[in-house]
Design a protein around this ligand. Structure first.
Ligand code: AG3
Length: 278
């Protein structure tokens, strides 16, 4: 990450960056885990970055947060859909969508208290779920949490950063195995699995980590303008992962019935990546 003459840039490769012209750097903090910055941008409103990578912006967060919640809900084969666990997601965006989708019992485990504090200040609409009792916030390590957890959840959502640094363990078979242990029957997990174009290793890590654990593993895609290449992947794991039609989440700003059907249709190079991830 660098800020030259009021431009923030995320580096995708040695030779490519995406730059946002910014009005201001609103906050910059170095925590025990990572560096967090918030910018005020011209085109996307407020922008939250961690270690120089875009986590979310005010104007396009809806795509990521709708897609990481509504798609697993549509694929859920469990009779009930009330208990959800979010790992990461300290900005509150995922938990807030879960509340909108009717989840009554939400636990959100975030390792870095500062992510929550920063989001409270700059994205209060998202973090309000932590203050009004609709989601229970736990500050702690998600890996340890799932290892020691004795509760069960219908949906587990891994809303992590890229598989480098503190998030690396969130892409491991051991972690996925502990998640599968705390899923209710017919329950499902989902993780963000990176940009298939710029981070094929992230998608492969998720798929190869989940394959030994879950009977079915399926990847789907969304268009997120501010993430590397715009084309983003998510990967689901469970006993049975299919759109069964008896639970259709309501349309949002991005998600609707057509998107639900289309997001599982994968381009050939992505099918190949997934086939290679064994
Ligand atoms: N977490 C996933 C962000 C990954 C973005 N990667 C990147 N820009 N290189 C988003 C958190 C939103 N709740």
């Amino acid at each position: 990450m660098k800020l030259i003459e009021n431009w923030f840039s995320e580096r995708y490769s040695e030779n490519l960056e995406l730059s946002f012209r910014v009005k201001d750097l609103l906050l910059s903090v170095k925590t025990d885990y990572q560096r967090i910055d918030v910018f005020d941008t011209y085109d996307f409103g407020k922008l939250l970055t961690i270690d120089g990578t875009v986590q979310m912006t005010e104007y396009d967060e809806f795509v990521y947060h709708e897609m990481i919640t509504s798609v697993p809900l549509a694929c859920l084969h469990s009779a009930s859909a009330s208990r959800a666990l979010v790992i990461g997601g300290g900005d509150g965006g995922t938990a807030r969508r879960l509340v909108n989708l009717g989840f009554k019992n939400i636990v959100n485990v975030e390792i870095d208290n500062h992510v929550v504090e920063v989001a409270k200040r700059f994205f209060p609409d998202l973090t309000s779920v932590f203050g009004d009792g609709s989601a229970k916030l736990v500050i702690g390590d998600g890996i340890e949490f799932v290892k020691n957890c004795t509760d069960k959840f219908d949906v587990v959502i891994v809303d992590s950063t890229d598989p480098e640094g503190p998030a690396q363990g969130l892409f491991s078979t051991e972690f996925y195995r502990n998640i599968s242990r705390i899923l209710t029957e017919g329950g499902i997990m989902v993780t963000q699995s990176g940009s298939p174009y710029y981070q094929p290793h992230a998608l492969k890590l998720a798929v190869s980590g989940m394959k030994p654990v879950f009977r079915e593993v399926k990847t789907y895609l969304a268009f997120i303008p501010t993430y590397p290449s715009g084309l983003w992947s998510f990967t689901l794991g469970g006993d049975s992962v299919s759109v069964d039609g008896n639970r259709t989440p309501p349309s949002g700003k991005y998600f609707n019935d057509d998107v639900l059907e289309g997001c599982f249709r994968l381009p050939e190079f992505i099918k190949k990546l997934i086939a290679e991830a064994t």
